[in-house]
Design a protein around this ligand. Structure first.
Ligand SMILES: Nc1ncnc2c1ncn2[C@@H]1O[C@H](COP(=O)(O)OP(=O)(O)OP(=O)(O)O)[C@@H](O)[C@H]1O
Ligand SMILES: [Mg+2]
Length: 281
């Protein structure tokens, strides 16, 4: 029989940065969770560090982490398990969720909590997240939640997501909320040097281009921290700043050139391959 996997404490990332007031609040919420389970919603644009925050919360307080993709749920009941067939007999295969909610101190990450495929798929969460903290599952009986649980819901906000699947007000009402923003330039630069091993100068150039593209009046782009890191990694692997942007983003070349020009970065033109040349790969 399939074994439910062991829940692990994630590894700490020494280079994950958060505003101090958010750190303070996370400390408070962790303290509160020792009295009763706590639900925290992390809201922010794509790639701003939501999932990392949840992982690093678990790492910081040495708690096991279990992550669930709510976007994949297509019907109620799917979190707990499913009926399966073996040698002509049906049996109930229990999933990770019942194990997570009965593990003391577990951090439970509900990813994309606003986007289940089926609107009723989250119904079973209500009782787990609200005061009763207990749920009846036909195949498992009464499941009571463990001590010290912290539920994190993450949800993407931004122009691409607005109006798509707003989180149900009753569900949202059960959560504390933390808004996570993209990092200030100076911190983003530091992270690029630490995580992607670019030089300080390269990091400064990348972040100026990123910020030029983000605030470009014709066509402002959303560029996530994840994406600046991808650009920086290409640079650390030998690409020029221009090449790194071209290969990382779906970008309007004119806009890129004008941002590069305004930063006096255009001299470092390096042809992407030999002029007019093709080589066997
Ligand atoms: N504040 C930060 N400090 C350090 N690294 C960060 C920070 N924010 C994001 N990153 C890095 O950016 C990448 C993307 O972060 P993460 O996956 O946590 O974002 P997300 O908000 O969950 O993205 P999505 O919206 O796609 O779910 C990771 O490699 C992460 O380490
Ligand atoms: Mg995420």
């Amino acid at each position: 029989m399939e074994k439910v996997k062991q829940l692990k404490i994630p590894e700490a990332d020494p280079h994950f940065y958060l505003p101090e007031n958010i750190i303070l609040n996370l400390d408070r919420l962790e303290k509160l969770s020792k009295k009763h389970p706590v639900n925290v919603l992390i809201v922010g644009k794509q790639g701003c560090g939501k999932s990392s925050l949840v992982r690093q919360f678990s790492a910081r307080y040495k708690r096991p982490l279990a992550t669930f993709q709510m976007g994949l749920l297509s019907e109620p009941g799917q979190l707990f398990g499913e009926q399966r067939l073996r040698a002509g007999e049906t049996y109930f295969q229990e999933f990770l969720f019942p194990k997570a909610i009965t593990t003391d101190g577990c951090v439970i990450h509900l990813e994309e909590i606003n986007r289940p495929e089926h609107p009723k798929a989250l119904n079973e969460l209500y009782s787990v997240l609200s005061e009763d903290r207990s749920i009846w599952v036909d195949e498992l009986g009464q499941v009571n939640t463990a001590n010290g649980l912290v539920f994190f819901g993450t949800l993407n906000e931004g122009p691409e997501f607005s109006g798509v699947d707003q989180l149900d007000a009753a569900l949202r009402d059960r959560f504390y909320t933390i808004h996570l923003e993209y990092l200030p330039n100076i911190v983003e630069q530091k992270i690029l040097t630490l995580k992607a091993s670019v030089t300080e100068e390269q990091a400064a150039q990348i972040v100026s281009v990123v910020s030029g593209l983000r605030s470009n009046p014709q066509d402002p782009m959303t560029i996530s921290t994840r994406h600046s890191l991808m650009v920086a990694e290409l640079v650390s692997a030998g690409a020029t700043i221009r090449e790194a942007f071209i290969y990382s983003l779906q970008i309007n070349r004119e806009v890129l050139e004008s941002v590069l020009l305004s930063l006096h970065l255009s001299q470092e033109e390096v042809e992407i391959s030999h002029e007019n040349g093709y080589s066997a790969f």
